[in-house]
Structures are given as C-alpha cells and as structure tokens.
Design a protein around this ligand. Structure first.
Ligand code: ATP
Length: 238
C-alpha cells in the first residue's frame, strides 16, 4: 500500500488559540478514512487546512509523494485533492449540468472532461434525470450528489467530504453513504468527516476520533463501533 495522504504534526490556530494541535494521521491509497468528533472538535478546520483554505501554524501535509503544505488551493486540486464542502455550497440558480461543469473549469482536456462527466452520471443516474433542473430545486440527497459529482469532475485521487449526511433523512443518509462507497470503489481515496458517527465508522477502513483538537483514538471503523468510549460519547449508548 502507498500513502495517499500523510499529515504530520499539524497545528492550526485562530489567533492565539490552537484549534488543532499536533495532529498526525495517514490515509493509505484506496481507503475510506473518517474523522469523527463532537461539534467544535476541529474537523472542519483540518479539512480546510488540507485543501489550503486555512493556514497551518506548523506541520506538513503530503499528498502521495508531494508536499502540498504551502500550495494554494487550486494547485492542490491540480495535484488530485478535492473537497465536498460542508453545506454543499451549490449554485442553486444554476442547473445540475452547470454545477458539474464548474468542477472541471480549470481542465483543458475536453475529451477527459466529457469522460468524467459521463462517469459521474453513471455513478449518479439520478443526476442524468435532473440534468437541466436548477440545483436549488433538488432534494437534499440529490444536492449532495451534485456536490460530490462536482468534486469528482476534478478527477481527484483523494476526496474530502465534510459532513455529507448533515440534515438528511435516515434513508437518504444511507443513499449518500452508499454513494461514498461507490466513489471509493472507483479507486478514489476518501476522507470523510462526520457527526453521524455510526454511518461513517461502518464503512471506514481507518477512523480517528478528534477531541478538542487532538486525535485521541485510532482504529478501523467497525472496531471503533464496539469501543466503549466511542459508544458512549458518539453512538448514544450508555
Ligand atoms: P462542526 O461539526 O461544528 O463543524 P468541527 O469539529 O468542524 O465542528 P471546527 O469548525 O473545525 O470544528 O472548529 C474547531 C474550533 O475552532 C472550535 O472551537 C471553533 O469555535 C473554533 N473556530 C472555528 N472557526 C473559527 C474562526 N473562524 N475563528 C475563531 N475560532 C474558530
């Protein structure tokens, strides 16, 4: 196995306050990894630092063989890192087609773009049905698929997902989680941040528990489901 993402001693601060402290973790190529943690634990802060939207105070981020710590966000995308942001951030008054095209705007190779678009529409047939519809009129689950499709249009090696199931009804949560699985099945390494800990742990090859900006537990997902502390703090068991 080779490392797809290697994060070493990452510290990220807001002013004087370090929201993330000395965090290190690795995701192997082809894996689904997840970071679970309470509100405010620092999950979004880590994802934003990975994709270059937040400066780090110290530490390093490697994507495959490349040190991307100092690269601007668009360069990271070119290196194969793409994020599906919290809240999806679609252009609601643009069509599904236009939202997907935005994901590929920086790519000049039209044949490859066409190929990736076909691939996204195969992965999410629902989006083919909704292709000309305004994104803002879709259901939450469909919008999440557009957001994932848009990220996939950059042909990422590693896909970061920030709370993709937030606000969705339980059966739609299953649909989104299944979509994450299928994307991973296509060879994309996934780092998933979730408050919906159970769903994330079920599919995770590797899971990290983040508490107050530090990783306090690591294991494979199904194993952590049975861990007493995870059960009481994140899965709602006594
Ligand atoms: P959530 O699930 O609510 O998104 P999270 O685990 O993603 O939580 P972060 O949003 O990364 O947590 O926040 C981590 C810590 O950093 C929190 O204490 C939060 O209050 C603080 N924080 C986040 N953004 C800022 C900011 N822009 N300025 C100052 N402090 C911030």
């Amino acid at each position: 196995m080779s490392k797809a993402l290697d994060v070493s001693n990452l510290t990220i601060a807001y002013g004087e306050i370090a929201a993330v402290r000395e965090v290190s973790f690795t995701v192997e190529a082809g894996e689904i990894a997840t970071i679970i943690g309470a509100n405010g634990a620092g999950k979004t802060t880590i994802l934003n630092a990975l994709c270059g939207l937040r400066d780090v105070r110290s530490g390093s981020i490697r994507l495959g063989e490349d040190d991307i710590t100092a690269l601007p966000p668009h360069e990271r995308v070119r290196h194969g890192l793409s994020q599906v942001p919290e809240g999806r951030r679609l252009f609601g008054r643009m069509s599904v087609a236009e939202n997907l095209e935005i994901g590929a705007y920086a790519r000049r190779d039209h044949a490859a773009r066409r190929h990736d678009l076909d691939h996204v529409l195969e992965l999410f047939p629902r989006l083919r049905e909704r292709y000309r519809q305004l994104a803002g009129t879709l259901s939450g689950g469909e919008q999440q698929m557009v957001a994932m499709g848009r990220a996939l249009m950059t042909a990422p090696k590693v896909l970061l997902l920030d709370e993709p199931t937030m606000g969705l009804a339980p059966q739609i949560v299953d649909l989104v989680i299944d979509a994450v699985r299928r994307v991973n099945g296509e060879g994309v390494t996934v780092l998933l941040v979730e408050q919906n800990a159970y769903s994330a742990l079920e599919i995770a090859d590797r899971a990290f528990v983040l508490e107050s900006g530090e990783i306090t537990l690591t294991g494979n997902g199904p194993d952590l489901i049975t861990h007493p502390r995870v059960r009481s703090a994140y899965l709602g068991y006594d």
